[in-house]
Design a protein around this ligand. Structure first.
Ligand code: ADP
Length: 246
C-alpha cells in the first residue's frame, strides 16, 4: 500500500541549527499519528516542510506517491494537506459560519469579497460541517469572541472545509482547560473519522496521546528517535528521558 504521506531524509538548517536532520516518516491513510518531543526538536519545522512553508535543502516529501517537495503552500493545500494552528487563524471580525464559507469558496478557487460568498449552498455545507464539529449553535458568533476550546474547533472546521486528506494539527489541546481536553479531542476525532481524514498532531499531553493516537512518533534533535504504539513507546527509557525528563 502506498503511504498517504512519506518523508524521506529531510534536512533543513536555520543558521547553525539543524531543525530537520534526516527525517524519515510514513503515514498511512486513516491513521491518527501523534508527534511528541522536546521544544526545539523540530516538530513544527516538520509540519512546515509538509505544507511547503519551509523547503528542505535535501530530501523529499510524497503525498500518495507523488512528490510535493518543491510545491507552493497553496498547491499543496489543494492537493489535500490542511493545517490547523496552535493559535487559531480565523478572521476574528467575521462570524464562524462566514469563516467556514470563505474556506469552502477558497477550496473551489473563488477568492472574492465576502458578500458573494454567502450563498445558500455554501451556507448549507458550512452548517453541516459546523454540526459535525458541534459548533452549530455558535455559527453566527464572531470568531474572535469564542472561548479558546470553541475557537480551536472552529479552526479545524475551516481546515476541514478545504476537504483535506491529511490534517496537520499543531497542539490541538493547548490553551484548553484539562476538563475540556477530552471532549474536544472526542469531537475532533469523531469528525475526522466521519470525513475520512487522516491526522498528524503535535501534542504535549501524554494522556491525550495515549488515548487518541494509533501511533506516536518521537522527535529529538531534528529527527525521529522512536515510533510505535503509544503504550509501548512510552515505556522506552530513551523516550522517557527525552520527553518526560525522567
Ligand atoms: P518544535 O516545534 O519541536 O518546538 P521547531 O521546529 O519550532 O521545534 O524548531 C526547531 C529548531 O529550529 C529550533 O532551534 C528553532 O529555534 C529553529 N527554527 C525553527 N523555525 C525557524 C525559523 N523560521 N528561523 C530560524 N530558526 C528556526
Amino acid at each position: 500500500m502506498t503511504a498517504l504521506l512519506k518523508a524521506e531524509n529531510l534536512e533543513v538548517a536555520f543558521g547553525g541549527v539543524k531543525a530537520a536532520d534526516g527525517v524519515n516518516l510514513s503515514i498511512d491513510e486513516g491513521e491518527f499519528v501523534a508527534i511528541i518531543g522536546p521544544n526545539g526538536s523540530g516538530k513544527t519545522t516538520f509540519l512546515n516542510l509538509c505544507t511547503g512553508y519551509v523547503r528542505p535543502v535535501s530530501g523529499e516529501v510524497w503525498l500518495d506517491g507523488k512528490p510535493i517537495t518543491a510545491m507552493a503552500p497553496r498547491r499543496i493545500a489543494r492537493k489535500g494537506i490542511a493545517r490547523a494552528f496552535q493559535i487559531p487563524q480565523l478572521f476574528t471580525e467575521h462570524t464562524v459560519i462566514e469563516n467556514v464559507m470563505l474556506a469552502l469558496a477558497a477550496h473551489r478557487g473563488i477568492w472574492q469579497a465576502f458578500a458573494p460568498l454567502d450563498r445558500p449552498d455554501y451556507r448549507a455545507e458550512a452548517m453541516a460541517l459546523l454540526d459535525l464539529l458541534k459548533l452549530a449553535d455558535h455559527a453566527n458568533a464572531m470568531a474572535g469572541a469564542l472561548p479558546e476550546g470553541l475557537r480551536k474547533l472552529a479552526d479545524v472546521t475551516v481546515a476541514m472545509a478545504l476537504k483535506p486528506r491529511l490534517l496537520l494539527l499543531d497542539e490541538p489541546t493547548s490553551g484548553v482547560s484539562a476538563l475540556e481536553r477530552f471532549p474536544l479531542m472526542d469531537t475532533l476525532m469523531t469528525a475526522m473519522r466521519a470525513q475520512g481524514v487522516t491526522a498528524l498532531f503535535v501534542e504535549h499531553d501524554m494522556e491525550i496521546v495515549e488515548t487518541y493516537a494509533d501511533r506516536v512518533v518521537v522527535w529529538d534533535s531534528g529527527s525521529v528517535m522512536a515510533e510505535g504504539k503509544p503504550s509501548e513507546v512510552m515505556k522506552d527509557p530513551r523516550v522517557l528521558k527525552s520527553v518526560v525528563g525522567a
